[in-house]
Write a protein that binds this ligand. Sequence first.
Ligand SMILES: [Fe+2]
Length: 293
Amino acid sequence: MRILHLTDTHLYGDDDSRHYGRIDTTAALNGLLARFTALRDIDAVVLTGDASEDATAGSYQKLHAILDPFAEQLGAQLAVVMGNHDVSAHYAEVRCMGARGTTVQDHVLDLPGGGRIVVLDLNVPGAGYGHLEAEQIQWLRDVLATPAAGDRGTVLAIHHPPLVAATAMLQSLDLDELEVLAGVLEDTDVRIVLAGHYHHEMTSRIGAVPVHVAPGITNVVDPITAGEREGSLALSGASIIELAGTADPAHDAAPRVFTSVFPNAGDPLADPTVPVYDFGPAEIRAIQEHAGR
Ligand SMILES: [Fe+2]
């Protein structure tokens, strides 16, 4: 199974709004996808949330107007995950209800070549952190009780990484009750968890299951040099995930993950060295206080 992992497009319904007063997020997405003309053999395109910045119907229509034909020409299935900037009910009006018959966007996407993408909506309305409801946990247990068809396994796609974030600001926006999710994933055919939210690449595990966080498309956070600050650069990234099938001797090996980062095509300055934002301690504290916990 081969997946193109995209995340954090932060699209607007109108054409004039700019992310942090600077980034044209539609141009960022289009510019990134335009680099991928040589891509082949992709089974699924997975967007792990913050599809929209303003959560308008127009932003979701725009997202699908771009990603539907892109996935189709690759011969790939498209999975869209809700992030903390998304409003699941607005997305449901544009697309569909979730698998549990509500607007919560939990889905199972069976891939034609075997394997599946399970999408979970971890949104807490009005809050930045992520949470799994008891009914969702039960639904996930029920889904994972039966392995995916074709012995290619399951990919779990969520917005909030099931990890402890690299920076204090991002930790205030993390997913809670990680041990509950770890228990649900134990002894299942989930081979990797894909997530976004941090806007920077990160690799780890939840229990025995690998976790990959792809860099953002609207900007890329720098978790290494920021120190007490929190900064983001005018870059766009994406990852490829490769999972070997059971017939392959490499089946038990860790997934192969590649990540590329490019200058952001929606940056009018065309200068990745000028931060998109550079938060000091007071700004970080304000975000932490509004995280909704
Ligand atoms: Fe985001």
